[in-house]
Design a binder for this molecule. Structure first.
Ligand code: PLP
Length: 401
């Protein structure tokens, strides 16, 4: 018996891709993890969630453990709608679907919208897990570069014009992370936001707006594309970066017709207990205060990482200055950052090589992604010093070739 021979014809081409998570470096013990896009450990509300769960179970007994779940699950939807209202997006119950994190949201959207002939437009670079998801459904992509002001919408327009002129298939969807992007940390300007919405109208595509970092701003939040693009935007939110990723709470806000089709496939692949616990936690906590403190912590850690980079890295190395999010995107000219990784790991610091964020991996050779969210301040200082030594050696070596 050959198990592979039973796989569906949709699955077979996807299984030819690289296995998911290949980009994750195997990190030795004691290594400073500047690769991990996890929240700061001190910001995960362990005590708050503990208290909320205790109260939930005292009040509702076994209810949150059933398929049908707790009454609190509806409250979660209301909380998330309020969160969106706070960013100038109004949504009602028919326009919302709670998912197991943003990743399930992206996967469901791809499942409903993308088939093997669909062209998907992506930012270059982009979130590697989204890349993996879309590649499970199609092999047709357009990738458009990101600069310090986010997606180059002028380039996107050129590509769309060319394709229309040449009679080539136009993209059905564009996946973008307009605010505090993973991996570049960049934010799309207001002008580009307007431009992208105009392009979506003119070239008839949908926008998947991944706003996982929307609330992790340092000075000023951005109004999501959803508020300008209305019907054309399928908004994806997540509590992973502001509460805790292990709770797996994400959501989609989109037109009711999309939500109905997405629910069809989501079925009960959710977590009633986690949803009820998070609703109970949000109901008890001062969310504004929590957001304010996390913005302060991440802003300080980001500033610290940037000043250490300036001090410790050779002058030819450059990076974008983020206005929010978790990441600093670093360019080390002339150096293959995946080739440099073993040296970094043995020096005791990890990062993610840039190539994993690109469809065409060659484009990412000289880049690496650092995260300031998870490591402590002390580890950021020590980690960047270690990275400095490794980069210094690599630049010297490449330069001497
Ligand atoms: C852009 C982006 N979207 C989504 C996610 C994942 O979100 P979730 O944990 O809700 O699946 C991440 C996590 O790194 C991310 O960077």
């Amino acid at each position: 018996m050959k198990p592979e021979s039973y796989f569906s014809k949709e699955i077979k081409p996807a299984l030819e891709n690289e296995p998911p998570g290949e980009w994750l470096p195997k990190i030795p013990d004691g290594c400073i993890r500047l690769s991990s896009g996890y929240p700061d450990r001190g910001l995960v509300p362990v005590d708050g969630v503990k208290e909320a769960v205790a109260e939930l179970l005292d009040e509702e007994k076994d209810l949150p453990f059933h398929y049908i779940g707790s009454r609190k699950m509806e409250e979660l939807s209301v909380f998330l709608q309020q969160l969106m209202n706070g960013c100038s997006v109004s949504v009602n119950d028919e326009e919302m679907l709670i998912t197991s994190g943003a990743c399930q949201a992206i996967d469901l959207i791809a499942r409903v919208l993308v088939d093997d002939e669909t062209v998907v437009a992506l930012e270059s670079p982009t979130y590697m897990e989204a890349l993996e998801i879309f590649q499970n459904y199609t092999k047709h992509f357009i990738s458009v570069e990101v600069d310090e002001h986010g997606l180059r919408t002028d380039r996107l327009e050129e590509v769309l014009k060319d394709r229309r002129r040449n009679g080539e298939t136009l993209p059905k969807v564009l996946y973008t992370i307009p605010s505090f992007q993973n991996p570049t940390g960049t934010t799309m300007t207001e002008e580009r936001r307007d431009h992208i919405i105009r392009l979506a109208e003119e070239y008839d595509f949908l926008i998947i707006e991944d706003d996982a970092y929307g609330n992790v701003y340092f000075e000023k939040g951005m109004v999501p594309l959803k508020s300008r693009g209305g019907d054309r935007v399928l908004y994806v939110g997540s509590l992973s970066k502001v509460v805790a990723p292990g709770l797996r709470i994400g959501w989609i806000a989109a037109r009711p017709e999309f939500i109905r089709a997405l629910s069809w496939f989501k079925k009960d692949l959710g977590h009633p207990f986690a949803q009820a616990s998070v609703a109970a936690f949000l109901g008890m906590s001062d969310l504004d205060g929590h957001f304010a403190s996390l913005r302060k912590v991440y802003k300080e850690k980001c500033r610290l990482m940037l000043s250490e980079l300036k001090r410790e890295l050779p002058s030819e190395v450059s990076w974008y200055v983020p206005e929010g999010g978790y990441f600093v995107w670093v360019r080390v000219p002339g150096v293959d950052t995946s080739g440099m990784l073993p040296a970094a790991l043995s020096e005791g610091v990890s990062y993610v090589p840039g190539k994993y964020f690109f469809l065409d991996r060659e484009e990412g050779i000289e880049y690496l992604r650092l995260s300031f969210s998870y490591a402590s301040k002390q580890d950021i200082v020590e980690g960047v010093q270690r990275l400095g030594r490794v980069v210094e050696a690599a630049v010297g070596f490449e330069g001497g070739k």
